[in-house]
Design a protein around this ligand. Sequence first.
Ligand code: AGP
Length: 617
Amino acid sequence: MCGITGYIGYRDAYPIIMNGLKRLEYRGYDSSGVMLFDGKNINLSKTKGKVSSLEEKVSQEISTEGSIGVGHTRWATHGIPNDVNSHPHMSQSGNLVIVHNGIIENYEALKQELVSRGYVFHSDTDTEVLINLIEEIKTQEGVKLGQAVQIALNQVIGAYAIAVFDRAKPDEMVVAKLGSPIAIGVGDNFEEFFVASDASPFIEYTKNAIYLEDEELAIIKKGRKVRVRKIKDDSAIDANIQELQMNLEQIEKGGYEHFMLKEIHEQPRAIIDTLRGRLLVNEGIIKLSGLENNMKRFLNAERIIIIACGTSWHAGLVAEYIFEEFVRIPVEVEYASEFRYRNPVITEKDVVIAISQSGETADTLAAIKLARSKGAFVFGLCNVVGSSIARENDSGAYTHAGPEIGVASTKAFTTQITVLLLMALRLARAKGTMSSADYRMHLQELELIPQKVEELLKIDDHIKEIAKEYLLSTNFLYLGRGYNFPVALEGALKLKEISYIHAEGYPAAEMKHGPIALIDDRMPVVVIATSKGHYEKVVSNIQEIKSRKAKIIAVVTKGDTSVRAIADHIIEIPEVEEAFSPLLTTIPLQLLSYHIAVMRNCNVDQPRNLAKSVTVE
Ligand code: AGP
């Protein structure tokens, strides 16, 4: 996610803002920038790359005088990482400046209207549109900054946390929030204020903070109490100043003990952000521009080849089941490392989908280049805008999971499956392999997923209790059928990579072909037994294992009774379409591996021998 920081008070703003940007680096970013007002001039500098590069550029470019300013670390969503797309953004007149964290879905329509009114844009960002919309309203309606921001935000669809500065009112700043976080640090006697995406940039200056709620706007003025208003109707509300109890490290992890746990709990928001602007249930449509512009390629494809590594490969395996069921196109899923060296048969009739969270995995990048060299069309699914893989593909789509810092991939997996579901549903509709009634039902079901994930995350304590019983195990088996066979593989990988316990995933029916020889009372077996996933078959697999004294941890659909009668532990998930069930069944497996690893005192966020992005062979 982007990081915002700002200061208004009696101190030099520059060191506070730069220190704040460094504190926000943990959020992941690709560019950064700073604006300072020295009483006369707006001094603004921004650059692609690290904050250290920004410091270098600032020292050569601008004055660092001034007691008011804003800073920004950008995690690109619209427009590739480069200097001009970096924040802060200035309005056309040069009088207004904004920093923004979020996504404005209807920015193109707003931009067209502003262009028709003579506005000229220099960047590809939604943020530059927003600051010029605010300027247009301020000019046309002759209103103050706070009101112009409020009116503008009522025209905006999307998510935002913003800080806006007006040269005409240099002792003021306006901030607003919907869907992205923003906090206001309140100095003694209101003599100074800090603005930031979280409290980490200002915790050393003040522990008094106001956390804006969604659809709230605040007008910050030196020496005055913060005025908070409802964006919808401009009604005033009390500013709730709270005293922070967290330390810096806790703030960076959002109060969670590890980034991995934070990212597991971010999944509802990550899925919402990934669906945003793409799943339009009321209109009954799915909008994925990268797919729309290449629809014929997909519909005429004789085969879809999915290439990836690790968890992304597991997402690809889920996609094999989804695409073949919904779109009736043959799908092959390949480990990129194998694909690139086995001289595969590839033709122009093939469509390749390359999946990569980091967008930098060497094997996946090499496999893409091989596929393209043989004439295949390559569609990329990445989480990092402007990454090497994102740039190598013919087209693609981004997951909007935000930076994934824990080495063990969690929210990337669920957002990858979310995009793959959108693609399969859209193609099924276009191909006519899904009725319009079925299509609408799936769209409605998909919209409910984030809240089902939210509900499911409440089982954390229950999972922790189960973890206590198995943290000394030396082996685990994970079993699943159909859509949940890849989830069994993913669950095993999660456990292996962060707890160092050996684990294997298998199709549940495969037990009889060898693995059942492993079963005894020291072999815990995790089985995914959802009600619509070959349920009776899985139940008999569980009985076979139970009769050999294994401990059974079963993931079932809420209300299950048969498995409850034979398993040692039951983990219930909400009722869901089977094709969507991996988005839910993976959650308890993520939590189980997390708690076992923590209890084993493993380095959960940076497990031994592993890197977050495998950029070498
Ligand atoms: C998964 O938890 C691991 N971090 C690893 O398997 C990862 O999924 C794999 O290296 C692929 O990374 P990518 O998605 O960034 O290409």
